[in-house]
Design a protein around this ligand. Structure first.
Ligand code: AMP
Length: 207
Protein backbone atom coordinates (compact mmCIF):
# COMPACT_ATOMS: atom_id res chain seq x y z
CA UNK A 1 0.00 0.00 0.00
CA UNK A 2 1.33 3.42 -0.99
CA UNK A 3 -0.26 6.11 1.11
CA UNK A 4 -0.12 9.77 2.00
CA UNK A 5 -1.09 11.25 5.36
CA UNK A 6 -2.47 14.72 4.70
CA UNK A 7 -3.49 17.36 7.22
CA UNK A 8 -2.25 20.48 8.99
CA UNK A 9 0.78 20.43 11.27
CA UNK A 10 -0.28 19.11 14.67
CA UNK A 11 -3.05 16.87 13.33
CA UNK A 12 -1.18 13.80 14.61
CA UNK A 13 0.05 12.44 11.25
CA UNK A 14 3.41 11.40 12.72
CA UNK A 15 1.82 9.57 15.66
CA UNK A 16 -0.55 7.67 13.36
CA UNK A 17 2.23 6.94 10.86
CA UNK A 18 4.14 5.05 13.56
CA UNK A 19 1.04 2.89 14.30
CA UNK A 20 0.32 2.23 10.60
CA UNK A 21 3.95 1.29 10.07
CA UNK A 22 3.64 -1.36 12.83
CA UNK A 23 0.40 -2.64 11.30
CA UNK A 24 1.43 -2.82 7.63
CA UNK A 25 5.22 -3.24 7.99
CA UNK A 26 6.01 -0.56 5.43
CA UNK A 27 8.35 2.41 6.01
CA UNK A 28 7.23 5.75 7.43
CA UNK A 29 8.80 8.61 5.50
CA UNK A 30 8.55 12.03 7.09
CA UNK A 31 10.14 14.82 5.05
CA UNK A 32 10.23 16.97 8.22
CA UNK A 33 12.30 14.25 9.96
CA UNK A 34 14.59 13.92 6.92
CA UNK A 35 15.22 17.68 6.93
CA UNK A 36 15.77 17.78 10.71
CA UNK A 37 18.29 14.92 10.44
CA UNK A 38 20.13 16.81 7.68
CA UNK A 39 20.24 19.91 9.90
CA UNK A 40 21.48 17.94 12.91
CA UNK A 41 24.22 16.31 10.80
CA UNK A 42 25.13 19.71 9.30
CA UNK A 43 25.00 18.37 5.72
CA UNK A 44 24.94 20.72 2.72
CA UNK A 45 21.17 20.20 2.50
CA UNK A 46 20.81 20.84 6.24
CA UNK A 47 22.64 24.16 6.01
CA UNK A 48 20.43 25.21 3.09
CA UNK A 49 17.13 24.44 4.82
CA UNK A 50 17.69 25.35 8.50
CA UNK A 51 16.41 28.94 8.23
CA UNK A 52 13.40 27.80 6.19
CA UNK A 53 12.35 25.23 8.82
CA UNK A 54 12.86 27.64 11.72
CA UNK A 55 10.44 30.10 10.06
CA UNK A 56 7.92 27.40 9.21
CA UNK A 57 8.20 28.11 5.47
CA UNK A 58 8.35 25.46 2.76
CA UNK A 59 11.60 24.05 1.38
CA UNK A 60 11.61 24.56 -2.43
CA UNK A 61 9.89 21.76 -4.39
CA UNK A 62 13.04 20.88 -6.33
CA UNK A 63 15.02 19.98 -3.20
CA UNK A 64 12.10 18.23 -1.51
CA UNK A 65 11.10 16.14 -4.52
CA UNK A 66 14.71 15.02 -5.10
CA UNK A 67 14.99 13.92 -1.47
CA UNK A 68 11.75 11.91 -1.57
CA UNK A 69 12.48 10.38 -4.96
CA UNK A 70 15.81 9.11 -3.67
CA UNK A 71 14.23 7.73 -0.48
CA UNK A 72 11.40 5.97 -2.34
CA UNK A 73 13.98 4.33 -4.59
CA UNK A 74 15.28 2.29 -1.62
CA UNK A 75 14.47 -1.41 -1.58
CA UNK A 76 12.47 -1.17 1.68
CA UNK A 77 9.84 0.88 -0.19
CA UNK A 78 9.11 -1.78 -2.79
CA UNK A 79 5.98 -3.06 -0.94
CA UNK A 80 4.69 0.40 -0.16
CA UNK A 81 5.27 3.41 2.09
CA UNK A 82 3.58 5.97 4.31
CA UNK A 83 4.34 9.55 3.35
CA UNK A 84 3.97 12.03 6.22
CA UNK A 85 4.38 15.71 5.37
CA UNK A 86 4.81 15.12 1.63
CA UNK A 87 3.47 16.28 -0.79
CA UNK A 88 2.75 19.77 0.50
CA UNK A 89 2.22 21.56 -2.83
CA UNK A 90 0.46 20.77 -6.11
CA UNK A 91 3.90 20.74 -7.80
CA UNK A 92 5.14 18.06 -5.39
CA UNK A 93 1.94 16.06 -5.89
CA UNK A 94 2.30 16.18 -9.68
CA UNK A 95 5.89 14.90 -9.41
CA UNK A 96 4.84 12.11 -7.06
CA UNK A 97 2.05 11.08 -9.43
CA UNK A 98 4.72 10.66 -12.11
CA UNK A 99 7.29 8.65 -10.17
CA UNK A 100 5.22 6.82 -7.50
CA UNK A 101 1.41 7.14 -7.76
CA UNK A 102 -0.34 6.39 -4.46
CA UNK A 103 -3.37 4.18 -3.59
CA UNK A 104 -4.76 6.09 -0.62
CA UNK A 105 -4.68 9.59 0.90
CA UNK A 106 -5.88 9.91 4.49
CA UNK A 107 -6.93 13.48 5.24
CA UNK A 108 -6.77 14.34 8.95
CA UNK A 109 -9.28 17.09 9.74
CA UNK A 110 -8.92 19.27 12.86
CA UNK A 111 -9.75 22.81 14.06
CA UNK A 112 -7.10 25.53 14.07
CA UNK A 113 -7.63 26.12 17.81
CA UNK A 114 -6.82 22.47 18.58
CA UNK A 115 -3.74 22.56 16.33
CA UNK A 116 -2.32 25.54 18.24
CA UNK A 117 -3.04 23.81 21.58
CA UNK A 118 -1.27 20.64 20.44
CA UNK A 119 1.76 22.22 18.79
CA UNK A 120 2.55 24.79 21.47
CA UNK A 121 2.64 22.02 24.12
CA UNK A 122 5.05 19.76 22.21
CA UNK A 123 8.47 19.15 23.80
CA UNK A 124 11.40 17.12 22.46
CA UNK A 125 14.45 15.70 24.22
CA UNK A 126 17.66 17.44 23.10
CA UNK A 127 19.59 14.26 23.70
CA UNK A 128 17.52 11.29 22.42
CA UNK A 129 14.74 13.00 20.45
CA UNK A 130 11.87 11.44 22.50
CA UNK A 131 8.62 13.38 22.16
CA UNK A 132 6.42 14.74 25.00
CA UNK A 133 3.45 17.05 25.43
CA UNK A 134 2.89 19.28 28.45
CA UNK A 135 -0.82 18.32 28.53
CA UNK A 136 -1.06 14.87 26.93
CA UNK A 137 2.30 13.12 27.57
CA UNK A 138 4.00 15.09 30.36
CA UNK A 139 7.41 13.89 31.57
CA UNK A 140 7.58 12.77 35.23
CA UNK A 141 9.84 15.74 36.01
CA UNK A 142 9.21 19.04 34.22
CA UNK A 143 11.54 19.58 31.23
CA UNK A 144 13.52 16.38 31.89
CA UNK A 145 13.38 13.34 29.60
CA UNK A 146 12.01 10.20 31.34
CA UNK A 147 14.12 7.98 29.10
CA UNK A 148 17.59 9.51 29.28
CA UNK A 149 17.46 12.48 31.67
CA UNK A 150 18.14 14.90 28.77
CA UNK A 151 16.75 18.44 28.69
CA UNK A 152 13.46 19.00 26.86
CA UNK A 153 13.04 21.88 24.42
CA UNK A 154 10.37 23.44 22.21
CA UNK A 155 11.09 23.07 18.48
CA UNK A 156 11.79 26.51 16.97
CA UNK A 157 8.85 26.01 14.58
CA UNK A 158 6.47 25.02 17.43
CA UNK A 159 6.78 28.53 18.91
CA UNK A 160 3.60 30.59 18.54
CA UNK A 161 4.77 32.91 15.71
CA UNK A 162 6.00 30.00 13.56
CA UNK A 163 2.84 27.98 14.26
CA UNK A 164 0.67 30.72 12.74
CA UNK A 165 2.97 30.95 9.73
CA UNK A 166 2.90 27.15 9.25
CA UNK A 167 -0.89 27.17 9.35
CA UNK A 168 -1.07 30.00 6.81
CA UNK A 169 1.39 28.12 4.56
CA UNK A 170 -0.73 24.97 4.96
CA UNK A 171 -3.92 26.77 3.94
CA UNK A 172 -2.35 28.42 0.92
CA UNK A 173 -0.11 25.67 -0.47
CA UNK A 174 -1.24 22.32 0.93
CA UNK A 175 -5.03 22.53 1.35
CA UNK A 176 -5.54 22.51 -2.46
CA UNK A 177 -4.31 18.89 -2.33
CA UNK A 178 -7.61 17.93 -0.70
CA UNK A 179 -9.48 18.55 -3.96
CA UNK A 180 -6.52 17.33 -6.03
CA UNK A 181 -6.73 13.86 -4.45
CA UNK A 182 -10.50 14.07 -3.91
CA UNK A 183 -10.95 14.49 -7.69
CA UNK A 184 -8.83 11.38 -8.25
CA UNK A 185 -11.10 9.41 -5.87
CA UNK A 186 -8.22 8.65 -3.49
CA UNK A 187 -9.13 10.79 -0.46
CA UNK A 188 -10.61 9.52 2.84
CA UNK A 189 -11.29 11.88 5.76
CA UNK A 190 -10.53 11.05 9.39
CA UNK A 191 -11.57 13.30 12.30
CA UNK A 192 -8.21 13.98 14.00
CA UNK A 193 -9.89 15.84 16.86
CA UNK A 194 -10.86 12.49 18.45
CA UNK A 195 -8.71 10.69 21.05
CA UNK A 196 -5.62 8.90 19.66
CA UNK A 197 -7.33 5.50 20.14
CA UNK A 198 -10.41 6.67 18.22
CA UNK A 199 -8.30 8.17 15.43
CA UNK A 200 -6.38 4.91 15.15
CA UNK A 201 -9.55 2.86 14.91
CA UNK A 202 -10.93 5.19 12.18
CA UNK A 203 -7.62 4.84 10.31
CA UNK A 204 -7.64 1.04 10.62
CA UNK A 205 -11.09 0.90 9.03
CA UNK A 206 -9.54 2.44 5.90
CA UNK A 207 -6.59 0.05 5.58
P1 AMP B 1 6.90 18.68 9.65
O1 AMP B 1 7.74 17.97 10.66
O2 AMP B 1 6.23 17.78 8.66
O3 AMP B 1 5.94 19.66 10.27
O4 AMP B 1 7.91 19.56 8.75
C1 AMP B 1 8.74 20.54 9.34
C2 AMP B 1 9.19 21.53 8.29
O5 AMP B 1 9.97 20.87 7.28
C3 AMP B 1 8.10 22.25 7.52
O6 AMP B 1 7.56 23.35 8.26
C4 AMP B 1 8.88 22.69 6.28
O7 AMP B 1 9.74 23.77 6.58
C5 AMP B 1 9.76 21.49 6.01
N1 AMP B 1 9.06 20.50 5.16
C6 AMP B 1 8.65 19.25 5.52
N2 AMP B 1 8.06 18.63 4.50
C7 AMP B 1 8.07 19.50 3.45
C8 AMP B 1 7.59 19.45 2.12
N3 AMP B 1 6.93 18.39 1.65
N4 AMP B 1 7.79 20.54 1.32
C9 AMP B 1 8.45 21.61 1.78
N5 AMP B 1 8.90 21.74 3.04
C10 AMP B 1 8.74 20.69 3.88
Amino acid sequence: MRMILLGPPGAGKGTMAVKIKEELKIPHISTGDLFRAAIKNETTLGKKVKGILDQGDLVPDELTVALVKERLGSSDCSDGFILDGFPRTIGQANSLTEFAPVDLVINFTISEKEVVRRLSGRRTCKNCGAGYHVLFIPPAKENVCDKCGGELYTREDDKESSIHNRLAVYEKSTEPLISYYGDKGLLKDVDAGQSPAEVLSSVKELL
